[in-house]
Design a protein around this ligand. Structure first.
Ligand code: GTP
Ligand code: SPV
Ligand code: MN
Length: 589
């Protein structure tokens, strides 16, 4: 036992009685313990040890083919009142849900070991950090939580002896039965129950379940925000660093933007980019009235396909040691890993992500699953921010929203003010990706990239954003929208993206400084084509003009779609959002 906190001990007792494991192991986070667990996972073939010469400390894991992504249709917010979960979440009465899941958990760990993982979301000792305890029967989960969180005995330093302020996470892979898979949040009980999955966001309970779904609910009650946002610092040639946070839906470029390498023309001048976080931000007003953000995580659970030395050097570097790869191809010759987009020489003697023999030169099927991932320690990242562990967080100058839109959304625009910015975030839409099961490539509304992650009524969530803006008033970060994914008539991306997104960030920061020019359009302030630095890019100014164009007819349709989307929130939709929609329509007509 690693704590005297009676609330923790009582809950663990209860869960032991429910799950009936053969053995109970408290995870203290020590090297010795982790080493033994790794060895055991390798012995049982749960994990494959990769070449310790080429990839020291790295492991490969394959999940069941039916268990490769978040399952939004099996994810529930169980608040007492259905209305508090709102129309965008699956809901079930908590009592009913506990009654349904209790028999599934009853005796589920017979013949297995139960691991009890204390962890901190946020730097230990940070006033913004919070404690969780995850109970699981999966070593894969323990080893991933070790990378993704501050895990072990020290996490309890943040929990007073009598405190009840910790999130209770219960997970069992059970027999990975998709028909009995449930990812359930009980926000009013600080509790998460997850069963019958062994994949990422479904089972690393500190991540989406706690740090977004439960934390968004806590934030609403406690006056802060939990957001699906990367955090990055941009250092100018004078050595001043400005921080921005950006919300893009899953697999829409957060990790990439967070680790961006500036193009030569910026590097030569002395610009640098520092990564604070790539997926989640906890944001709170500081004493000076500005918004401060911490990254509650300690590692990256990044999309592997498309990650290369060219597209994201820093992410790739982060995966060179002490990393867990999930559902990528296994290069048998080198005992290393491979995925689509890593390079142009797929291995011939390999196994695909399902464990079948695979010849990358000949095979028609993909070697890695499109949602295959790496779990890499943040400390491995060559551009990790010196402020990564700062318990106070970093002050935000700008907040950016974005998504995948083949048409409609221009490359970048700035909201008129905070309230309009909340409207821009609330009406975000994006084409769906492989990060969740379901159809890929259909446009769906995804407010603030939080549709799958908001732990309460989305209308109240908009209200919370508006309230936060009132608290910080003139110190509020400026709000922007970006779209790297506009396509031409052949379906090809027009904007080069990746490192060149720095050119857009530069305009954004200049706007925050009151330096850059902009024109007022129907949807917000936009740069003129000449305000985006295209030096060294092979793009003529017509293309930039096109990327920035606002198609009125498309936007009129967009406004109608927004109206339909808003209708479901009924009287919980803040008046401000209605008037913002009316203003947009007026500007377009
Ligand atoms: P989650 O971890 O699921 O939340 O994803 P994410 O938002 O961190 O997305 P990530 O950065 O992993 O990028 C997902 C996919 O988008 C990858 O295939 C990238 O190669 C691609 N991508 C990222 N940035 C850009 C860009 O600027 N332009 C284009 N065309 N593709 C991009
Ligand atoms: C996402 O889907 O937004 C992810 C991956 O970051 S997961 O942890 O599976 O949610
Ligand atoms: Mn994510």
């Amino acid at each position: 036992m690693l704590t005297n906190n009676q609330n923790v001990l009582n809950w663990v007792d209860e869960m032991v009685n429910l799950c009936k494991p053969d053995k109970v192991v408290w995870i203290d986070g020590s090297e010795t313990q982790l080493k033994l667990l790794k060895e055991e996972a390798i012995k049982t073939k749960e994990m494959i040890e990769l070449s310790q010469e080429k990839l020291p400390g790295c492991l490969l894991h394959r999940t069941q083919p039916n268990d490769v992504a978040r399952v939004e249709d099996r994810t529930f917010i169980c608040s007492k009142s259905k209305d508090d979960a709102g129309p965008t979440n699956n809901w079930c009465d908590p009592k009913e849900m506990y009654e349904k899941l209790t028999p599934l958990f009853d005796g589920v760990m017979k013949g297995r070991t139960m691991y009890i993982i204390p962890y901190s979301m946020g730097p230990i000792g940070s006033p913004m950090a919070k404690v969780g305890v995850e109970i699981t029967d999966s070593i894969y989960v323990v080893l991933n939580m070790n990378i993704m969180t501050r895990m072990g005995k020290s996490a309890f330093e943040n929990l007073d002896e009598n405190s009840n302020d910790f999130v209770r996470g219960l997970h069992s892979k059970a027999n990975v039965d998709p028909d009995n898979r449930y990812i359930v949040q009980f926000p009013e009980d600080n509790t998460i129950w997850s069963i019958n999955s062994a994949y990422g966001g479904n089972v690393l309970l500190g991540k989406k379940c706690f740090a977004l779904r439960i934390a968004s609910y806590q934030g609403k009650n406690e006056g802060w925000m939990a957001e699906h946002m990367l955090i990055l610092g941009i250092e100018n040639p004078k050595g001043e660093v400005k921080y921005v946070a950006a919300a893009f839906p899953s697999a829409c470029g957060k990790t990439n933007l967070a680790m961006l390498i500036p193009p030569e023309i910026y590097k030569d001048q002395g610009y640098k980019v520092w990564t604070v976080g790539d997926d989640i931000a906890w944001i709170k007003p500081g004493e000076d009235g500005r918004l401060y953000a911490i990254n509650p995580e300690n590692g990256f659970f990044g999309v592997a396909p498309g990650t290369s030395a060219k597209s994201n050097f820093n992410a790739l570097e982060s995966t060179k040691k002490n990393t867990i790869f999930t559902n990528v191809a296994h290069d048998l010759e080198n005992n290393t890993v491979w995925w689509e987009g890593l390079n142009d020489s797929p291995p011939e003697n390999a196994m695909d992500w399902t464990g079948k023999p695979w010849n990358g030169k000949k095979s028609e099927v993909k070697g890695a699953h499109p949602n295959s991932r790496f779990t890499a320690p943040a400390k491995n990242c060559p551009c990790i921010s010196p402020e990564f562990d700062n318990p106070q967080g970093v002050p935000l100058s700008a907040i950016i929203f974005g998504g995948r839109r083949a048409k409609t959304a221009p490359l970048v625009y700035q909201a008129f003010d905070w309230e309009h910015g909340v409207f821009v975030g609330a009406t975000m839409a994006s084409e769906t990706t492989a990060a969740a099961t379901g159809e890929v490539g259909v446009v769906r509304r995804d407010p603030m990239a939080m549709l799958p992650f908001c732990g309460y009524h989305m209308g109240d969530y908009f209200k919370h954003w508006l309230d936060m803006g009132k608290k910080i008033s003139d110190k509020a970060p400026k709000i922007f929208n970006v779209n790297w994914f506009r396509t031409d008539e052949n379906g090809k991306f027009i904007w080069p993206g990746f490192g060149d997104n720095m050119r857009v960030l530069a305009w954004i920061l200049d706007r925050c400084d009151g330096k850059a020019c902009a024109v007022k359009t129907e949807i917000g302030y936009e740069p003129r084509p000449e305000d985006i630095n295209t030096q060294g890019l092979d793009l003529d100014s017509d293309i930039i003009k096109d990327l920035l164009s606002v198609d009125r007819d498309l936007w009129k349709k967009e406004a109608d779609e927004i109206e339909k989307f808003f209708a479901q929130f009924g009287n919980r939709l803040p008046e401000e959002m209605k008037s913002q929609l009316k203003n947009l329509k007026d500007r377009l007509s």
